[in-house]
Design a protein around this ligand. Structure first.
Ligand code: G16
Length: 546
């Protein structure tokens, strides 16, 4: 009989890690919940990821992290062969197995094998990474047991950022993309960064080579410590929130998510006027830039700002290189209304809006030769078509010096980008390069357009899936009474816009509101939160206006 399909081995794991009563769903970025509810999940995900690897005859990645969530949560994301997120049709397969009991898993697994015509004589191959959470290593070892139960092999990358894991998986399956190792990752990004930097190395008036860095007390802090040693002669990195030994400090009053949702400085970052401040999130796939002006006002440069900065820069370079290629930006409903207006009216670049989750943005961005995608929360990257990469090669050998120079810039830029997924380090190198090239500080960057004030809120409800949405999450379908009430409320606020959606990473409903002043945006968010609480089964304390 086929050694790989030894159901007794899989059954042993199902018995060892029994499923609690509650079913789980594959959320915005994989399974995510309280860390102590995840043993059975990671075992089963290990099994299904191994099947996925056998089906594709390629390596697959598993990342144990709950990213921006509280330290006591954890989660697991599955990475597909090209380093992107697991294909959506497989989310259902993995969810079925995660939620099945001892009596039905065999049938579920057989059905995956049959419907995907998986050759079970193939060896599954997995790469495994994890973040700094206290539960991560334990969960990673159970995931290994899952993979082993199908006789798959696991290469442990160990403690790493999410984007490093995505990158290594891609390189293993597509060696032309780079060397499949952590060193290979740093080498590719930092070498292209240094070369690009040298191209723009003129006297600076505005750009200051100094940043204050908030590592969210997570794995991003280790990354930046390393990077600081490599590029310290170009950018001085002042490390803060780099305590990975105290678990409950992770993301606590710090990190990219905190800064974006609270619109204020994280703990331990000095409020030095006009200094360039940067935060990563817990697994370093998101980034935020911000500063405090001389009047002590807080200014945020978020994912929308990065998308527009990059689009502006790349549009100019492709013109200089005389490349005829398509360029587009992908956003979500969280994109500030004025950023979308700036992209269409001033930059005259194509923009589309999709559901929250990098998996949706990435997919949409593939439609362009240069697809720039960013969630407002700082999660994003740029992807380049093969056609564009081929065209650049031709331009590199042009007789026209201006064209070859622009093509060189573009080619180095491509190598500095981690195209597999949002990557805070790669994004930082991109932003720093552009600011350095333009000799801008953050206030110059901010001048591109004015944002509408916004407010974000969370509401706890009995069942967050009672809220369903349509139109890229901009409109709510159920409970049916909710959207008309939101419309009515929004119409009484100048430049009002608001939407609600269930989070796919936390057990809450998210509320977003924009209006002409901060006070009005705050009030709109609060009024919408009350509507959600009243109409969608709120629990705990009712949000209140007073
Ligand atoms: C994940 C996803 C992001 C998403 C965020 C919040 O980020 O990768 O695409 O924007 O969750 O999702 P939700 O609003 O559904 O909770 P991370 O950094 O937590 O992995």
């Amino acid at each position: 009989s086929d050694q790989r399909l030894n159901f007794s081995k899989i059954l042993a794991g199902f018995k060892k890690y029994p499923k609690p009563n509650r079913d789980l769903e594959y959320g915005t970025a994989g399974f995510r919940t309280k860390a102590d509810l995840l043993d059975h999940v990671v075992f089963r995900v290990g099994v299904v990821a191994c099947l996925r690897s056998m089906q594709k005859k390629k390596a697959i990645g598993l990342m144990i992290t709950a990213s921006h969530n509280i330290h006591s949560d954890n989660g697991v994301k599955i990475v597909d062969p090209l380093g992107d997120m697991l294909e959506q049709s497989w989310e259902k397969f993995v969810t079925d197995v995660v939620n099945s009991g001892e009596d039905s898993f065999e049938e579920k697994i057989m059905s995956i094998i049959r419907s995907n015509e998986i050759d079970t004589s193939i060896d599954g191959c997995l790469f495994l990474g994890w973040d700094t959470r206290p539960s991560s290593e334990h969960l990673a070892s159970i995931a290994c047991e899952g993979v082993s139960s199908l006789n798959g092999t696991v290469t442990k990358i160990g403690l790493c950022t999410t984007p490093v894991l995505h990158y290594v998986v891609r390189c293993h399956n597509d060696p032309a993309y780079g060397k499949a190792s952590v060193d290979g990752y740093y080498d590719k990004l930092l070498t292209s960064f240094e070369k690009l930097w040298a191209k723009f190395d003129h006297i600076k008036k505005c750009y200051s080579p100094h940043i204050y860095f908030d590592g969210a007390n997570g794995v991003g802090a280790i990354t930046m410590e390393y990077v600081s040693g490599k590029i310290g002669d170009k950018i001085e990195i002042d490390l803060h929130n780099d305590d990975i030994k105290t678990p409950d400090k992770l993301n606590h009053c710090c990190g990219a998510d905190f800064v974006k949702t609270q619109q204020k400085l994280p703990l331990s970052i000095p409020a030095k006027p006009c200094a360039r401040l940067v935060s990563f999130d817990g697994d370093a796939d998101r980034i935020m830039y911000y500063f405090v002006d001389p009047e002590n006002q807080f200014h945020l440069l978020d994912g929308d700002r990065m998308a527009t900065l990059i689009a502006m820069f790349l549009r100019q370079i492709i013109q200089e290189a005389e490349l005829d290629v398509s360029l587009g930006i992908v956003q979500t409903a969280y994109a500030n209304g004025s950023s979308t207006k700036f992209i269409t009216e001033t930059l005259k670049v194509d923009v589309s809006c999709v559901k929250t989750g990098v998996k949706y943005l990435h997919h949409e961005a593939l439609k362009y030769d240069i697809g720039i995608y960013f969630e407002a929360n700082g999660h994003g990257t740029v992807i380049f078509s093969q056609r564009l990469k081929d065209e650049i090669k031709l331009k590199l050998v042009s007789d026209n010096e201006k064209i070859t120079s622009a093509a060189t810039t573009l080619s180095l830029f491509v190598d500095m980008v981690n195209e597999t997924v949002g990557d805070a380090l790669s994004d930082l190198l991109i932003v720093e390069t552009i600011l350095h090239a333009k000799d801008w500080d953050l206030s110059e960057w901010e001048k591109l357009y004015d944002v509408l004030p916004y407010q974000m809120a969370k509401v706890t409800v009995k069942n967050r899936n009672a809220i369903t949405t349509t139109d890229a999450e901009r409109r709510c379908v159920t409970p049916v009474e909710l959207q008309p009430k939101i419309d009515e409320m929004v119409s009484s606020f100048k430049f009002g816009r608001a939407f609600v959606r269930p989070s796919g990473t936390e057990d809450i409903v998210r509320v977003y509101a924009e209006a002409v002043t901060q006070a009005e945006a705050n009030e709109l968010a609060l009024r919408i939160s009350i509507l959600v609480y009243d109409l969608a089964g709120g629990i705990g304390e009712r949000p209140s206006l007073f």
